[in-house]
Design a protein around this ligand. Sequence first.
Ligand code: MRU
Length: 358
Amino acid sequence: MQEKNFNDFVTVDLDEEKNALAIIDQTKLPYAMEMLYLTDQKDIWEAIYHLKVRGAPAIGVSAGIAIYLAARDIRTDDFEDFYARFTEAKEYLNSSRPTAVNLSWALNRQDGVVKANKEKPIPEIVEALHREAIAIRDEDIAMCRAIGENGLTLVKPGYGLLTHCNAGRLAAVKYGTATAPMYLGHERGYNFRIYSDETRPLLQGARLTCFELSQAGMDVTVLCDNMSASAMRQGLIDAIFVGADRIAANGDTANKIGTSMVALAAKRYGIPFYVCAPTSTIDMNTPAGADIVIEQRKPEEVTEMWYERRMAPEDIKVFNPAFDVTDADLISGIVTEYGVCKAPFKESFEEIFRRKNQ
Ligand code: MRU
C-alpha cells in the first residue's frame, strides 16, 4: 500500500508493472488515500463485495481487468480447458454484487473476446483480453465526458444541483456519470451549488461525493437523506442528477437506496430529475424494475457502522436493501453518452442503440 494524492489517480486501473488491479480503497475515504494492488481473484471479489471499489462503471472496469488477470494465470495449451477455467473465474467474479449490470456486461464482453479468438493460441487470446480491458477503461473516460456534455445542455450557470450517493469519478474512472455535468460545468465557470445527500447507511454521498467535489474546488453542501425534500421546497434545487446501477427496458431505474424518495419529492416540487448512465447500464433484457435483483446487505451496516456504539436494540430486525427502483414516470430524462433519452424510454433506448451501432 502506498499514499497517493487524490488528483493524481484514476479510480480503477491496470498496473502493468505489478500485473494487478489498482484501486483506491474507498472504504478508507475521506480519512486516508490508500491504493490497493490486487492480483488474487478472491481479494478482487472481496474488494467489490466490501465496496473498496464500487459504483456501476468502476465495478465494470474492474471486472474487465480482473478477468484478464485470471486468464493470464491459466496454464494450459488446450482451449476447452482454458475456456472452462475462464468461465469459472467469470462466474465467481459475477457473484460479487448482483444489481449493477456493468459487472456482467464487462465479463460478457470479455467472454465475446475469448470466443472470437478461439482458434488462436492461448497467449494471443490473453493478449486480446488485455487489449479489451484497456479499451473498457479508456471508453469509460470518454463515455463519462460525453454524458457530461449532454447533461450540461439541461442546466444553466448558477443552478443548485442535488445528487444522491456517489456517481462521481470514484464510481467510474474519471468524471463520473451524475457528476460529469458538474465537472464540465466547473471547468467552464458555471458556479453550480451542489447538494449531496449523505446516503445512509454507507454514506457514499458524505464521504465520497463531498470529498471528490470539494477536492475539485466545487461548492458542495452535505445534507441528511431526510432533508432533500425540504431543500427542494425552499427553492435551493433547480435540477437533480443521479447515477444508475441497472436501467430496465421500460426506463425503471435501480440506483442507490433512497433515490426513489428523491424522485418522488422532485415530482411534487416540479424539479427535473435526470438519471445519468452509459448505455452499458441499460439492460434491454430486463423488461421492468420488478425484474431487477436488489442486493440485500448486512444488518450491521445500519445498526453499527459509523457509530461508536450500536445505535439500535440488540436483535432488532433490519431492512437493508442496497438499491431501490425509481419508476420511469418519475424520470425527466436519461442522459447517456449518445444523447438524452425521454419517455417512452423503450423507443428512445432503441434509437440510442441504433445510433451507437451505426
Ligand atoms: O453500493 P454502491 O456504492 O456501489 O452504489 C452506487 C450507486 O448506486 C451509484 O449511484 C451507481 O452505481 C451509479 S455510479 C456512476
